[in-house]
Design a binder for this molecule. Structure first.
Ligand SMILES: [Ca+2]
Length: 509
């Protein structure tokens, strides 16, 4: 942790062992057992495209970045230095977060749009079955079947009792009303959208609002409404994704950048507006960084409001909060992954190693730096253990709980096994300190080089790195350690066969 605070030695351990609730088999709300033991509330905060260096609790924090409220979570719990997502873009990464399984099991293309099969449990379903009140706020993006409330990918169809948000890969931060939706030739753009968002299954207008603030208001309402029973709140902000320049005026003033007019139909197609402001061009590199910091500042202030509301309700101590970015930062949007190389869309460390923090004062130590490798596949079993739900041992889940490893400062079961990645033609295997990788820089010919990025050193080549000594992936060891590289290739082939063996098992829409 950046601030040199001594780790407290003692902490409360929660008596939550052996509730014996089985996955999918417990339909009761408020069992006798739940009266005896207070299950923790669980809040999962997913941020969008936040870079590895865009969290000020880290000692490698990027210049000018201050996230004091996210740091409150870290100081109240655990800061992860080696947290990986399973893919360098939103939708496949999220599929793994919510199912605890490699999304490649049901996605033969292993690329942009994993979808969500009917016969794979989500964390919301399992917690709901165990008596939790469940709510989803913000972005729902499984890469398929957008804007449709009847499909498996829609939150009400996979374990959430309430939903306020959008089902698409991106949404305008300001424009959430029917009028703009009707006056736009392409309200769904290139799956980025504007106009009404869903309140449960009903498309609803909101005016004079901003998604980060609206989603936080709704999250606070949810917390206050569910004071008396354990809840699972999934708060998936669209910040800090493109369109990064869309920030409330007070933050623009603070960061000394000018207001860009909101989209209106005189601009033409929304997808053109979206694309124009997604690339450095209309906005300079230096200004884009300021917009990013303003956008992140607003997100952080809103997370502060959420923490204050939890504290005021007396719920902070018994709430597990996990915040994670769904993929690495996008330097074209002003994010910063340094000292890692690469970015979102790439299999370099900057695409897949992300900020992650976790607090649970009643169950975990505070002010803890955890440097063993973790994966977002571990989130599902960690939530189960915290909630006293038995973790299935049938091999279905691909991660393992982090509760005991954090307390004992040891590697988890899953960190002892290799971790695999496949995204289109890019892939990686991480085994102990080694990473074998085939990565490309995203669209390198057209991509402006921004000051926030360090490009990969061996794009388009298979490379072997020692991540402990060389997290920036500059020194390719494949010639000098070809035996290790071959071993890792064999591991990868075996994993790919294992994924392919599953393809017939999943029921899609
Ligand atoms: Ca993302």
């Amino acid at each position: 942790m950046k601030k040199n605070i001594k780790t407290r030695s003692g902490f409360c351990s929660l008596i939550l062992i052996g509730l014996g609730i089985f996955l999918g088999s417990c339909e009761n709300k408020g069992t006798d057992q739940s009266k005896e033991v207070k299950q923790p509330n669980i809040i999962l905060i997913v941020t969008d495209d936040q870079g590895y260096a865009d969290l000020s609790a880290y000692d490698h924090v990027s210049k000018h970045c201050e996230t004091p409220n996210m740091d409150r979570i870290a100081n109240n719990g655990v800061l992860f230095y080696n947290a990986y997502v399973t893919a360098p873009v939103c939708s496949p990464s999220r599929a793994a977060i919510y199912t605890g399984q490699y999304q490649e099991k049901w996605d033969p293309k292993m690329a942009w749009a994993s979808g969500l099969p009917h016969n794979v449990n989500t964390i919301a379903e399992v917690l709901q079955n165990a008596g939790y009140s469940t709510g989803k706020i913000g972005k729902s993006d499984f890469g398929t079947n957008y804007h449709n409330a009847q499909v498996r990918e829609f939150p009400l169809q996979h374990g959430y009792e309430s939903f306020i948000g959008f089902s698409a890969h991106a949404h305008d931060y300001f424009l959430l009303d029917e009028k703009i939706e009707k006056s736009t030739p392409d309200p769904y753009g290139t799956s980025a959208s504007l106009g009404r968002i869903f309140v449960d299954s009903t498309k609803t207008s909101f005016e004079d609002t901003y998604t980060t603030e609206l989603f936080t208001d709704k999250a606070i309402e949810f917390i206050n409404k569910n004071q008396d029973e354990p809840f699972f709140l999934d708060l998936s902000y669209n910040a800090v994704h493109h369109l990064i320049h869309e920030v409330p005026d007070e933050y623009l003033e603070k960061w000394d950048v000018k207001k860009v007019a909101n989209y209106d139909s005189s601009y033409g197609k929304y997808k053109d507006y979206y694309w124009d402001y997604t690339q450095v061009g209309k906005i300079s590199d230096e200004e884009m960084r300021k917009y990013f910091l303003a956008n992140l500042n607003c997100l952080d202030d809103n997370i502060g409001r959420l923490l204050d509301a939890l504290e005021a309700a007396g719920n902070l101590e018994n709430t597990l909060i996990l915040l994670v970015s769904d993929n690495g930062g996008e330097p074209l949007a002003g994010a910063n992954n340094l000292p890692l190389s690469g970015s979102k869309y790439t299999m370099h460390e900057g695409g897949i190693r992300v900020p992650m923090i976790l607090s649970w004062p009643n169950g975990l130590p505070k002010e803890k730096d955890y440097k063993h490798r973790v994966s977002t596949l571990d989130i599902f079993p960690t939530f189960l253990e915290a909630a006293g739900i038995e973790i299935p041992q049938n091999g279905e889940l691909d991660g393992s709980s982090l509760i005991t490893p954090i307390k004992e400062n040891k590697a988890s079961k899953s960190a002892k096994k290799p971790l695999f990645f496949q995204f289109a033609n890019q892939w990686a295997v991480i085994d102990q300190n080694y990473k074998l990788v085939f990565a490309n820089d995203y669209n390198p010919k057209n991509r402006p080089i921004t000051s926030q990025i360090m490009l990969g050193s061996n794009p388009g080549k298979i490379a072997l790195y020692n991540l402990e000594k060389d997290p920036g992936e500059r020194h390719n060891l494949i010639e000098q350690d070809s035996i290790k590289a071959k071993e890792m290739q064999t591991l990868r082939q075996s994993w790919l066969k294992g994924m392919e063996a599953n393809y017939g098992n999943y029921k899609k829409n």
